[in-house]
Write a protein that binds this ligand. Structure first.
Ligand code: C2E
Ligand code: CA
Ligand code: CA
Length: 691
């Protein structure tokens, strides 16, 4: 112990101080001196000595009082445990006792024997060091136990007394710790109580340890404790450790939940869904099931226009509705971002139709998110167990195939079942998609035109441009087949732009020949959302020296209503540039008349489905009548689409429709045929001398 330990000698006798300090300095110690208790406390604070020698009798506070002050922490916490040796008279037993009572570590008798003093100091320092190491370890252990939420307990089998380690209270935070085995058992659920009782009896009888997890207490005080012990000791004690695993288990549960459930909608994810379905199928293989997949349409549009949060809200609402409307026995899950899966026990094919009407169809509706009304549409595919798949995975695959098919066929909201799907259709779709990518560059697109006739005069003042694709092998493909593909792949934006350019070119050519026409052009939803749309159309119009009012831009009712407030802004921009605007396929759904009143439209095109029935069905007539009235009330032109018979035409005339378009007059025609038609028919009708 010859390294530079710091010692303090406190004595009012300068000779002793000098003697002791010079003797100890020679032994290699650094020595401070103090003449009384006050000075000593200053040295303690400034130099934190490793040991102090303290005389008993001093003026002011005596040695005992100084020792007590130091032990109380008056000289700082760091010095509280420092070894303190008292200098007492050799036969002064009272002082020696008092010294220990005050908290001294040891005593040295006067007169001082220097070599002996040096030895005693050495041992005192060593002892202090060992004690410190022990204290540190205990502290470390206590804080490690606290961190690991660990503690110890001891159960006496003889009297059932239960004791806990010092830190147990800190870890468990209970108002009181149970003091007997019996008391602990009363804090458990009946099931856990039986388990712990059995474990303890076993430990008492067999001498084996226990190892189990139980929940102790209830409500906010409930703790999940892992209890472990060694075997019973000879004196009939069981000593063990406990760990509070409440937070750990909660975290694990959350992790499992997140892996299995979708956080946004709280619905099971795909894996759990399929496992649950497989369990059900395995437990009753004879019972039939129906699997449905529902794909929310154009979620990206909502995300783009109203923000991701609005998109999330739509999905949450959709999921809620789906969950509410499905039978209780159904399993519902979120398969992917915008796709949901539903498995329903089903007893007859007839039920499928009932399911569809009752709870699938009503899911297509308006939702209000971020103060905007959005119409949420979807496509659905279905498959049946056992015929379309033997387990969840197979059923899902076939249902998704059916859903894909329904999308490509543009039969939104209609449930397509797998057995209705031509298996090759999917491959065909793929190959069509590949060819479609090349079609624009290969000049395979062309436009046909369908005239619109004014009923009052019989004159033709408009045509609608309709897109066609001349496939090198398949011949002319109908837009119903390829427009959904163009939309899905985003190619519609480029192709749509080509349509506008080509329609403008054709119109300019016809104008040159003396025809005064308005050209209807269809805009797809995706195209309609493009930020530079208005400017781009204006450029095409200007390039061909046309006036904007020569173009009538048609958007479908569902495009318009999928986000009415965004639609309103775009329509105003287009209207501001002078374009005519028409709402297409009107009556098929979801119009909120409040918006319709605000849209700056010119024309309302009544959907073909109402025209088909107009001659034979009263309800169709009533609808056409009210649509015409609405249109007139708003100062719009009404066009009836898909007029095929003279009877229909007569009814439409009587119902005050302004114009008609349909096979009765002409199919959509290539430009030369259309020109010829317009010249001859128009001539015959009214426009004498025009061509
Ligand atoms: P749409 O805009 O409602 O066009 C009218 C559709 O009705 C055309 O089908 C037309 O051929 C058909 N049609 C006209 N008269 C009759 C009739 O008397 N009876 C029957 N059964 N049908 C009739 P088409 O040309 O097959 O086009 C289908 C749809 O494809 C269009 O419906 C439109 O939504 C879309 N489409 C066509 N061309 C374009 C285009 O250039 N761009 C975009 N975005 N969509 C287009
Ligand atoms: Ca149209
Ligand atoms: Ca239409």
């Amino acid at each position: 112990m010859t390294f530079m330990c710091r010692l303090l000698i406190v004595d009012d006798d300068p000779t002793i101080r000098l003697l002791v300090s010079s003797g100890l300095k020679r032994k290699g110690y650094e020595v401070f001196q103090a003449a009384d208790a006050e000075q000593a406390l200053v040295v303690f604070r400034d130099h934190s000595p490793d040991l102090a020698l303290i005389d008993v009798t001093m003026p002011g506070r005596n040695g005992f009082e100084l020792v007590q002050s130091i032990r109380r922490g008056e000289a700082g916490l760091a010095c509280q445990q420092v070894p303190l040796l008292m200098l007492t008279g050799s036969d002064d037993v009272t002082s020696i006792n008092q010294a220990f009572e005050s908290g001294a570590t040891d005593f040295i008798t006067k007169p001082i024997n220097l070599p002996l003093l040096a030895e005693r100091i050495k041992y005192a320092l060593r002892g202090a060091q060992r004690e410190k190491a022990l204290r540190d370890t205990q502290l470390e252990q206590a804080s490690a136990c606290k961190l690991a939420r660990l503690g110890f307990w001891q159960l006496n089998f003889t009297d059932d007394h239960l004791s806990w380690s010092a830190g147990a209270h800190d870890v468990l935070q209970w108002p009181a710790l149970p003091e007997s085995g019996e008391q602990l058992l009363t804090l458990l659920s009946p099931k856990d109580r039986l388990r712990l009782q059995a474990s303890l009896s076993d430990a008492e009888a067999s001498g084996e340890g226990i190892n189990l997890e139980v929940t102790v207490g209830s409500g906010v005080l409930a703790r999940k404790l892992r209890l472990q012990s060694g075997g019973k000791s000879e004196d009939n004690h069981l000593i063990g450790a406990f760990q509070d695993v409440t937070a750990l288990r909660a975290f694990e549960d959350k992790a499992i939940y997140l892996a299995e459930y979708d956080e946004l909608t709280n619905l099971p994810k795909r894996r759990l869904f399929l496992n649950l379905l497989d369990e059900q199928i395995n437990s009753a293989p004879e019972s039939p099931w129906m699997m449905l997949t529902l794909d929310v349409s154009r979620l990206h549009r909502i995300n783009d226009v109203l923000g991701i949060q609005a998109g999330d809200q739509v999905l949450t609402l959709f999921a809620q509705r789906l969950k509410q409307s499905t039978p209780e026995s159904a399993l519902v899950c979120r398969l992917e971002a915008d796709t949901f899966g539903v498995a329903v026990p089903q007893t007859s094919a007839k039920e499928i139709g009932v399911h569809y009407e009752d709870w699938i169809r009503p899911l297509a509706r308006h939702y209000v998110v971020s103060n905007s009304e959005v119409f949420v549409d979807f496509t659905a595919g279905g498959s049946l167990y056992p015929q379309d798949g033997h387990n969840g995975e197979e059923l899902l695959r076939t249902a998704l195939l059916a859903q894909r098919f329904s999308r490509y066929q543009a039969v939104a909201q209609r449930l397509v079942l797998f057995d209705e799907v031509d298996v090759y259709a999917d491959e065909e779709v793929l190959s069509l998609e590949t060819d479609l990518r090349k079609a624009l560059a290969r000049d395979e697109f062309f436009l046909v035109y369908q005239p619109q006739q004014r009923l009052s005069s019989g004159g033709f003042d408009g045509v609608e441009a309709l897109l066609r694709w001349r496939h090198p092998e398949r011949g002319v493909v109908s837009p119903a087949q390829f427009i959904p593909l163009l939309e899905e792949s985003g190619m519609i934006v480029e192709v749509g732009d080509w349509v506008i350019k080509e329609a403008c070119r054709q119109l300019a050519e016809w104008q040159h020949e003396g025809l005064d026409l308005c050209m209807g052009v269809n805009l797809s939803a995706l195209q309609f959302e493009q930020p530079g749309l208005a400017k781009q159309i204006a450029e095409h119009v200007a390039d061909h020296k046309l006036k904007p009012y020569h173009l009538e831009l048609e958007i479908t009712e569902s495009t318009a209503m999928s986000n009415p407030s965004a639609t309103l802004a775009i329509l105003h921009e287009l209207k501001g540039l002078g374009f005519r605007l028409a709402i297409d396929d009107f009556g098929t759904g979801h119009s909120s008349y409040e918006y319709l009143l605000r849209f700056p439209l010119n024309t309302l095109k009544i959907d073909r489905s109402f025209i088909t029935g107009v001659a034979d069905s009263r309800p169709s007539r009533a609808i056409v009548r009210s649509l015409t009235a609405l249109s007139q009330g708003l100062g719009l032109k009404t066009i009836a689409e898909g007029v095929e018979t003279q009877r229909q035409r007569d009814y439409l005339d009587a119902l005050d429709v302004d114009e008609i378009q349909g096979f009765l007059l002409a199919r959509p025609m290539e430009p030369s045929a259309c020109l010829a038609f317009l010249c001859t028919t128009a001539n015959a009708a009214l426009h004498e001398g025009m061509c």
